[in-house]
Design a protein around this ligand. Structure first.
Ligand code: PLP
Length: 392
């Protein structure tokens, strides 16, 4: 790598790197601040599950805290405990539990835990009793997503049991929460329907004697477009990383957000080939004339979607090129047409767009998927280079 993102000093290690995902923590902090401004009456939870959507959980969590994220959120208990091991001490909610927990480790690490059913409430109270601590629980209601969460019919039983556990001192119900199905499709009728069910669930919890500290429902698209869903806390994931939740919501720049990750690789080979030359497995691309090919040394093992074969955009030599033929495990090829390039030139797959490079949204469109999947699947073989760790 010779030209780091934006041409600024990045603190990159001097070792050569085949490819790298540069993670701009100044952009992440600015995104957190923009999202807080978007939901001024609510606290912000930065969702850092799945290694902060592929950006590196610990540095991203630190940057989000610095920018005022009062809460962090993870899916698995392992993710939450790893943040504690790295020294994070703030409020932290973890929501994807299976029998066995580990509940006790989470309670002892002061992690807030989500409960969607009686089995989980029983395991939490047992663990709290065993370690002599009070567990902070967020009861989750399924308001219509049809995924995790307690069905409304079972909600009275769950809230009453949680209230009894509060009286016993094993739990305190710190939160009541839910999750949207279609917040990325503004105006979808399920949005209002889910909000109605959520209001009813809150009323029922109140009748059961629960006084949750935080009520929360909004993900990124709801944080950006649906103020009536903000309640006490918003849970933003993809927007923290400066990627749009969906084309219907708009571009990151429409909300003052900036893409955090720049993915690039060094061109590994440049060669002249004659007209009619097949390129990559299956020969799905055949050169239309004598031309120059450049080899880009990343492939589906690095998270480059194979579905982007023949469609993925890459900036080489100041111009957009298209993946020629199939994406292989470790490499793909672009056709430079009449242009030339040097071995070692930077091929930028995506970035914030400052240099005219494609964005994560462009790759999502090219691969028939969503930006979430593009960034989250960037492989462990690609080093994450965190830049602008310090405020100035
Ligand atoms: C992933 C997740 C979020 C964040 O969603 P984004 O669309 O990335 O903002 C919020 N809440 C829950 C329960 C999640 O699983």
């Amino acid at each position: 790598m010779t030209a780091p993102a934006g041409g600024e000093p990045t603190g990159l290690p001097p070792t050569p790197m085949r490819a790298r995902a540069v993670v701009d923590l100044a952009a992440l902090r600015a995104n957190v601040r923009a999202l807080r401004a978007c939901a001024p009456r609510a606290d912000l939870m930065a969702v850092v599950k799945s290694d902060a959507y592929g950006h590196g959980a610990v540095p991203c969590a630190r940057a989000a805290r610095r920018a005022g994220a009062a809460w962090l959120g993870t899916a698995t208990p392992e993710e939450a405990l790893a943040l504690r091991a790295a020294g994070d001490t703030g409020r932290l909610l973890c929501w994807l539990w299976t029998p066995g927990g580990p509940w006790r480790a989470a309670i002892e690490a002061d992690v807030d835990v989500s409960v969607s059913g009686m089995w989980a409430l029983r395991e939490v109270t047992d663990a709290a009793r065993a370690c002599g601590r009070t567990a902070r629980v967020h009861l989750k209601i399924d308001t219509g997503l049809g995924r995790n969460g307690c069905p409304p019919a079972a909600w009275p039983e769950l809230t009453a049991a949680a209230r009894a556990a509060e009286a016993e001192g094993t739990v305190v119900v710190a939160g009541v929460w839910s999750h949207f199905a279609c917040a990325d499709e503004p105006g979808h009728p399920s949005i209002a329907a889910q909000l109605n069910v959520f209001h009813e669930a809150l009323a029922e919890a109140g009748r059961a004697g629960l006084r949750p500290e935080v009520r929360h429902m909004a993900n990124s698209p709801a944080t950006l477009t649906l103020p009536e869903s903000h309640f006490d806390l918003v849970r933003a994931g993809i927007a923290v990383y400066g990627v749009s939740p969906s084309p219907e919501i708009g571009l990151p720049s429409d909300f003052g957000l900036r893409q955090v990750m720049t993915l690039s690789a060094d061109v590994a080979l440049v060669k002249q080939v004659p007209s009619g030359h097949g390129v990559s497995y299956g020969h799905h691309y055949v050169t239309p004339g004598e031309t120059t090919l450049a080899l880009v040394p990343v492939g589906y093992a690095d998270g480059i979607p194979r579905h982007a074969s023949g469609t993925g955009p890459v900036l080489v030599g100041g111009k957009w090129r298209t993946v020629a033929g199939r994406v292989a495990m470790d490499q793909f090829v672009v056709d430079l047409g009449g242009d030339s390039a040097q071995v070692g030139d930077e091929a930028v797959l995506f970035g914030p767009g400052d240099r005219g490079e494609p964005t994560v949204e462009d790759w999502a469109r090219a691969a028939g998927t969503i930006g979430y999947e593009i960034v989250t699947r960037i492989g462990a073989r690609v080093p994450r280079v965190h830049v602008h760790e310090d405020e100035h």
